[in-house]
Design a protein around this ligand. Structure first.
Ligand SMILES: *Cc1c(COP(=O)(O)O)cnc(C)c1O
Length: 374
């Protein structure tokens, strides 16, 4: 078994995907071809935003979003401790300081209480200016925007939603990638909506921001003249080939995949909830299940479970083995372990099981049987 089976989906969508690829090659419009703008329009409509600007990766999307608010040296950018490194690195690479927050012990998303504590700490220390917060829609469930947005507003922070794992999720009919002043997603192959390489997108409702990001993704060119550069940007666009691959995949995602993956998650939870801590989805929230993660009693139980599953050819992953504040890349900044008690507890016990919309009932049942056998 594969951790994220992409082949079944390809077999089902092969005709459309292959035709799309062929059409792009025939047209030779490899950069910013018509499929790119078609996809951008469809993505914006799907998440309910005015503007979508596609780019080369989720990381680039974060970088573009941060550049568009002029984040840089002297700025603090608040990031949850339990996330993929890109969330924090996008800030660090621009010279801003990622200030980590603890997570909520039930959803594993950013803790709004810890966010406020960290903002106050930065304000009191008076070395950095609180600039932005990047809540992450971890494992597919939107962060707790009902609580985070008021905190951000209170302290005048911009909100950049990292929806790399969250595409398709929602809170009361409002879709992920619509919660931040600027939101981003990633089309890395294993994300809820993945392409066949790297890709990403930025979303916003603000026309000026959208224009600036369009310019920034093309080295800061002016709107009128390609060879007139008005500021320094980066070169990061979504290949037309990837857009052509994403178009039929988005259709499948909307038509049945999101529903199917939720059925898989419900089946897991039904079978595992007595023996493990299963994912807590808040009332009114829908996850797109980038990951299905359970908590074991402790690290020893996790190790045994991982081994038992591996012996039966079932791969598992640990997202994430430690909080980002413990990564070497962020050494040198002053982080106190005691600020991240929930991240530390969760990262020592968490385990992600295989999930995708095409996982069969028998496969879920088999995985659960092995997990429950002691
Ligand atoms: C994958 C991911 C990213 C980065 O996306 P890439 O397309 O791989 O650059 C950023 N944030 C989170 C939470 C992710 O899971």
């Amino acid at each position: 078994m594969q951790f994220r089976d992409l082949k079944t989906q390809y077999r089902l969508l092969k005709d459309d995907i292959d035709a799309g690829i062929e059409a792009v090659i025939e047209s030779s419009a490899f950069i910013l071809g018509k499929e790119v703008s078609e996809l951008e329009d469809k993505l914006a409509a799907y998440v309910g935003r005015k503007y979508c600007i596609s780019c080369g990766s989720g990381t680039a999307a974060l970088t573009l979003a941060l550049m568009s608010i002029d984040a840089g040296p002297g700025d603090a950018v608040f990031v949850p401790d339990l996330t993929y490194a890109a969330t924090a690195e996008a800030a660090a690479v621009l010279g801003a300081v990622p200030v980590f927050t603890d997570i909520d012990p039930f959803t594993y998303n950013m803790s709004p209480e810890s966010l406020e504590i960290q903002i106050r700490k930065v304000t009191e220390e008076d070395k950095l200016v609180p600039k932005a917060v990047i809540p992450v829609d971890l494992f597919g469930q939107p962060a707790d925007y009902d609580s985070i947005l008021p905190v951000a507003k209170k302290y005048g922070l911009k909100v950049i939603e990292d929806g790399a794992q969250g595409f398709g999720g929602s809170i009361r009919d409002k879709k992920a990638c619509s919660f931040g002043d600027i939101s981003i997603t990633s089309f890395f192959p294993s994300k809820p909506l993945g392409c066949y390489g790297d890709g990403g997108a930025v979303f916003t409702d603000d026309e000026g921001t959208a224009r600036r990001i369009r310019s920034l993704r093309a080295l800061g060119r002016s709107e009128e003249n390609k060879y007139c550069n008005v500021e320094t940007g980066i070169n990061s666009r979504l290949d037309t080939l990837q857009a052509a691959i994403l178009l039929p995949k988005l259709r499948a995602f909307e038509e049945y995949e999101l529903e199917a993956v939720n059925r898989v998650a419900a089946r897991y939870t039904d079978r595992l909830k007595e023996s493990f801590v299963t994912p807590a989805i808040l009332p009114g929230f829908i996850s797109s299940w980038a990951q299905y993660s359970i908590l074991c009693k402790d690290g020893t139980e996790r190790e045994e479970l991982q081994k038992r599953l591996k012996e039966q050819d079932i791969p598992t992953m640990i997202y994430y083995p430690k909080g980002l504040h413990k990564q070497k890349a962020f050494e040198g900044w002053d982080y106190a372990d005691s600020d991240f008690a929930n991240t530390t507890a969760v990262s020592s016990r968490i385990l992600s099981l295989p999930i995708n919309p095409y996982l069969k009932d028998q496969e879920v049942d088999r995985i659960c049987e092995i997990a429950l056998a002691e």
